[in-house]
Design a protein around this ligand. Structure first.
Ligand code: FAD
Length: 404
C-alpha cells in the first residue's frame, strides 16, 4: 500500500523496507538466528541471497545496507515474470486463494476485516513480552518447583525473595533505563492508558505505583511456601515453562520496556537467576498478530478459510529473519505441499509452535534454542551444545531434501 498509504514506521515506497535496526542478527552457528539463516540457505531462500549481496561489515552479524536491500528486493519482484506489483491498500481479506503478509503494522481496514473472520479475541494489536531464560542457567539450590496452593502439576518455578532482595529489585526496576519508544508507540500507549490492557503493563510501571504493589500482585507469595524452610517468602517471582521439555522459562509478569542491558542486569538480581541466560528479552510495542495456534490449520492457513494463508510477522513470529522464514515456509507449503519439517530445525519448531495449542495468551515467537528438543547426549559446554543443535538440524534438513 506504500507509498500512497504509509504505516507509522515505514517511509519509502519500496518493498522490504527495514524499519529499525539494519541487522539480521548473527551468522554464527552457535546462535539460533545463525542456525535459522543456515536452514533458510538450505531451503534456497531468495531474500537471504539478496541480503548477503547487500551486506555491510557488522562482525558476526548479517547487516544490510538498507536502501540497497530494499531496492534489490523491489527490483527482483518487478522483474519477476509471474509477479505484478500493485501499490494499493487491500481493505479486506479477498475470498480467493491468497497470502496475507501485511506485517506488525497492518492497516486498520485489514485488521477490521480479519477481526470479522476470526473474532476479536484472536487478534492482537500489541505485544507485552516477558523475558525468557534457559532452564540450565538457573540456580536450583535457590529456585523451587511449586504451583500456588499445590493446585496443578508443579509446572511453575519459584524464585523466593527476602525483604532486602525484594527492595533492591524494585528499586533497580524504578531506576532502570527504558527503551525509547517510537513516537507513534508513545501516542498509542498513552491513548490506551493501560486501562483495558492492565495485565500487559510493564513491570517497572507497576513498581512505580508503590513499593509493595508487586508483592501484592504478580509477585505475591501466598500459597508458595519454600519447601526447604516451610516458610512463606517475602515475595516470589514465578517462571512458567515455554516448552514441553522444560528447557526455557518465561518470567511471569515481567513484560517490560527496559533496555536490554538493564534487563540483563536487573533480572539477574532475582534470587536463583544470578547467571541467567536470556533467550529473549522483554518488550512492549505495537504489533498486530494472530492467535496462531487457535486460528491456523496445520498448513498455516485459517482453519475456517483454508485458502487464506498468513505469513510474516502477522502469523505470530517476531523478527526480520523469522518473518522472512515464515514467508518461505508458507511458499513451500503451498507450492511443494510441504507437510512437516524436522522438530530439530528452528523453522520446523517455529511452525510447530504456531500450530500447537498453548495455554494462556499466545505470544509471538522468535528463533531460540529453547524451541528445540534436547540432544540425546548434551555436552556440558554451552557453545558446544549450541553447535551440536545446529549440526543436528542441518543434517536432518539436508537429509529430508536429499541433499546429503
Ligand atoms: C517499529 C518496528 C521496528 C522493528 N524493528 C525490528 C528490528 O530492529 N529487528 C527485527 O528483527 N525486527 C524488527 N521488527 C519486527 C519485524 O521483524 C519487522 O516488522 C518485519 O519487517 C516484519 O516483516 P513482515 O514482512 O511481516 O511485515 P512488513 O515488513 O511490515 O511488511 C508488511 C507490508 O504490508 C503493508 N501493508 C499493511 N497493511 C496493508 C494493507 N491493508 N494493504 C496493503 N499493504 C499493507 C505494509 O505497508 C508493509 O509494507 C520491528 C517492527 C516494528 C513495527
Amino acid at each position: 500500500m506504500r507509498p500512497g498509504k504509509q504505516t507509522e514506521a515505514h517511509s519509502s515506497g519500496n518493498c522490504a523496507e527495514v524499519v529499525c535496526s539494519n541487522s539480521f542478527k548473527s551468522k554464527r552457528l552457535d546462535t539460533a538466528s545463525g542456525l535459522l539463516k543456515a536452514e533458510l540457505e538450505v531451503l534456497g531462500c531468495e531474500l537471504l541471497k539478496i541480503a548477503r549481496s547487500c551486506e555491510v561489515p557488522a562482525g558476526h552479524a548479517l547487516a544490510v545496507h538498507r536502501e540497497s536491500f530494499s531496492s534489490a528486493v523491489t527490483k527482483a519482484i518487478l522483474e519477476h515474470p509471474k509477479i505484478t506489483l500493485i501499490h494499493h491498500e487491500v481493505f479486506s481479506v479477498p475470498f480467493t486463494p491468497c497470502i496475507i503478509a501485511s506485517g506488525p503494522l497492518t492497516s486498520e481496514a485489514m485488521m477490521e476485516s480479519l477481526r470479522g473472520l476470526i473474532g476479536q479475541e484472536q487478534l492482537y494489536f500489541f505485544d507485552a513480552i516477558a523475558p525468557i531464560v534457559s532452564a540450565n542457567s538457573l540456580n536450583f539450590e535457590r529456585i523451587y518447583k511449586k504451583d500456588r496452593y499445590d493446585k496443578g502439576e508443579a509446572d511453575y518455578l519459584n524464585c523466593p525473595f527476602t525483604k532486602d532482595e525484594y527492595l533492591a529489585f524494585v528499586n533497580a526496576l524504578l531506576a532502570g533505563e527504558k527503551h525509547q519508544a517510537h513516537e507513534f508507540e508513545d501516542k498509542f500507549f498513552s491513548g490506551i492508558k493501560f486501562s483495558f490492557y492492565e495485565n500487559c503493563m510493564p513491570i517497572e510501571e507497576i513498581a512505580r505505583r508503590g513499593i509493595d504493589t508487586l508483592r501484592h500482585g504478580v509477585m505475591k507469595p501466598m500459597g508458595l511456601e519454600d519447601p526447604s524452610t516451610g516458610k512463606k517468602p517475602y515475595a516470589v517471582l514465578q517462571l512458567r515453562t515455554e516448552n514441553r521439555d522444560y528447557s526455557a522459562y518465561n518470567l511471569v509478569g515481567c513484560q517490560t520496556m527496559l533496555r536490554y542491558p538493564e534487563q540483563r542486569k536487573i533480572f539477574r538480581m532475582i534470587p536463583g537467576m544470578e547467571n541467567a541466560e536470556f533467550l529473549r528479552f522483554g518488550s512492549i510495542h505495537r504489533n498486530s498478530y494472530l492467535d496462531a495456534p487457535r486460528v491456523f490449520n496445520p498448513r498455516l492457513a485459517l482453519q475456517k478459510y483454508p485458502d487464506v494463508w498468513v505469513a510474516g510477522q502477522l502469523a505470530g513470529v517476531e523478527g526480520y529473519v523469522e518473518s522472512i522464514a515464515l514467508g518461505l515456509l508458507v511458499a513451500l507449503i503451498i507450492s511443494e505441499d510441504l507437510r512437516s519439517l524436522p522438530d530439530s530445525t528452528i523453522l520446523g519448531s517455529l511452525w510447530k509452535r504456531l500450530t500447537t495449542t498453548c495455554e494462556g495468551r499466545f505470544q509471538p515467537v522468535n528463533a531460540n534454542f529453547g524451541l528445540l528438543p534436547e540432544l540425546s547426549d548434551p555436552p556440558r559446554d554451552k557453545k558446544l551444545k549450541k553447535e551440536q543443535f545446529s549440526r543436528r538440524s542441518l543434517e536432518e534438513l539436508k537429509s529430508l531434501f536429499g541433499l546429503v
